[in-house]
Ligand binder design. Structure first.
Ligand code: SF4
Length: 234
């Protein structure tokens, strides 16, 4: 069954909330929702969605967009359900599609090194992607594919409540900030999450880009130092 599209930048708020309600997720009353929209507050699925497992159950064997056709495994996300720090990439690659886990290929090994250099382990953080099924040939996911998949990522963020999100690559950065600028302009500073201005996000280059352009590792490390400094302030 196809769900109605949900706008990742949250312009179509009513439709997004209706989508949740149609799938058994209780939300605020409509008048309350309108005030939430005005204040850009969080939208918490309650009380039926109580865990990441509930969100995974809601996702099911998803066929809400065309990316289901060639995928082997849905890559839901993995890590600490109480993580302070969340990393969000673009979409699964070949290794992730085979295993069902995010960032397990060469780019994943590099991400693990970055996480460890920041003083964390992979078990401390949560890692997910904008889309949960591999785009054929690792192409950039289409806007309608992102629209179909992002409500589940939003629900994961709402459930985990990370202090900080790192957007890896331009697709994640533009989706999560609602800003279509270049990575050169987005990286190196904090942005509010598009639908929750209280939640902070750092944009930086994707590890796969770093494998092709090792000189950019230094830039990413500068960005990650800012993230660590900000996290220490919490
Ligand atoms: S990418 Fe997301 S919305 Fe599309 S089929 Fe996969 S899980 Fe469903």
């Amino acid at each position: 069954m196809m769900l109605p599209m949900a706008n990742p930048t949250h312009h179509n708020y009513e439709e997004y909330m209706t989508l949740w309600e149609e799938h058994g997720i209780e939300t605020s009353t409509r008048s309350k929702r309108q005030s939430l929209r005005k204040s850009k507050s969080r939208q918490v699925p309650s009380p039926k969605i109580k865990s990441l497992e509930d969100i995974r159950t809601w996702l099911g064997e998803c066929k809400r967009c065309g990316l289901c056709e060639e995928r082997n495994k849905i890559v839901f996300g993995s890590g600490n359900s109480n993580a302070k720090l969340m990393f969000i990439g673009e979409g699964p690659g070949a290794e992730e599609d085979k295993t069902g886990f995010p960032f397990v290929g060469r780019a994943g090994t590099l991400l693990t090194k970055i996480i460890e250099a920041m003083g964390f382990t992979r078990e401390d953080v949560y890692i997910a992607n904008i889309v949960k099924c591999r785009p054929p040939g690792n192409r950039v996911p289409a806007p309608e594919e992102i629209e179909s998949c992002v409500p589940f990522l939003k629900a994961q963020i709402e459930m985990i409540q990370p202090k900080m999100i790192v957007a890896l690559g331009l697709t994640a950065a533009s989706t999560l900030t609602g800003n279509d600028s270049t990575m050169g302009l987005l990286r190196g500073r904090f942005h509010p999450l598009a639908w929750d201005s209280k939640r902070s996000l750092m944009a930086t280059y994707h590890p796969a880009y770093l494998l092709r352009n090792p000189a950019a590792k230094k830039i990413v490390w500068e960005d990650m130092k800012l993230v660590v400094k900000q996290l220490k302030g919490h």
